[in-house]
Design a protein around this ligand. Structure first.
Ligand code: SAH
Length: 225
């Protein structure tokens, strides 16, 4: 957990290298790069992987899930075109890393996870990092969070063949949703998924853009204790 703020950061070199790599990889938004720089990724990975916390790689967390690759966290955060007033919904809390990055870029983050132990662990890190603007829910994110809707932005961090309709319904007109679309990794190990950005028009119509290939664990219905 974060200790003495004046102590030297043992990860500072690895972190600087990662930021450079993300910039080269296409993350050009300085606010997004700052948010990544401020987020101690070592707190979100299992202890045995701490030495790899600033590698530009997805890493395993518990329950067979993964913490996303930093480049993808950066690209997805940038794709949302966030501003400080945004109310953001994230589906798939996982380690909580993406939620903390988002929490530096917007007003409030609402994040939903279907695995209870993962959510409890992420909540402990949010607390330790004093991220008072992150709100959590144990549940099936395919249903969204109707009590808090509508949202300015929605990020789905698990793959599905299509966006659950409830999420479009809970997106404000003019809002943006990003999601990996395609066959889940467990059904198609080659993982043909595309990151897509959906922009909802004032008339309720939706424009779609392809942002490149990605590999995510599947979006699944229901919850697990
Ligand atoms: N954003 C995470 C990475 C997520 S991995 C991070 O920064 O670490 C995808 C996560 O989505 C997994 O934890 C998985 O359990 C969760 N998930 C899959 N389907 C879900 C659903 N229907 N509702 C909520 N969470 C879901």
């Amino acid at each position: 957990m974060p200790g003495d703020p004046t102590a030297p950061d043992p990860y500072s070199e690895a972190k600087a290298r990662l930021i450079l790599e993300l910039r080269r990889g296409g993350v050009t938004d300085d606010a997004v790069l700052d948010a990544i720089e401020q987020t101690p990724r070592e707190l979100f990975v299992p202890e045995t992987f701490r030495g790899h916390a600033y590698d530009n790689a997805a890493l395993p967390i518990s329950q067979g899930q993964t913490i996303s690759q930093p480049l993808i966290v950066g690209m997805m955060s940038q794709a949302l075109k966030l501003d400080r007033r945004c109310k953001v919904l994230e589906i798939g809390t996982g380690s909580g890393y993406q939620a903390v990055v988002l929490s530096h870029l917007c007003r409030r983050v609402y994040t939903i996870e279907r695995w209870k132990p993962l959510l409890r662990q992420a909540e402990a890190v949010f607390h330790a990092l004093h991220r008072g603007n992150i709100h959590t829910r144990f549940g099936d994110g395919m249903k969204g969070w109707p009590e808090q809707a509508p949202f300015d932005r929605i990020m789905v961090t698990a793959a599905a063949e299509e966006v659950p309709p409830a999420l479009f319904e809970q997106l404000k007109p003019g809002g943006i949703l990003v999601a990996p679309i395609g066959r889940p990794l467990d059904q198609d190990p080659l993982g043909a998924q595309t990151l897509k950005r959906f922009t909802k028009g004032a008339d309720g119509g939706v424009a779609v853009e392809d942002l490149g290939g990605v590999r995510f664990v599947p979006l699944k219905p229901g919850t697990e204790n």
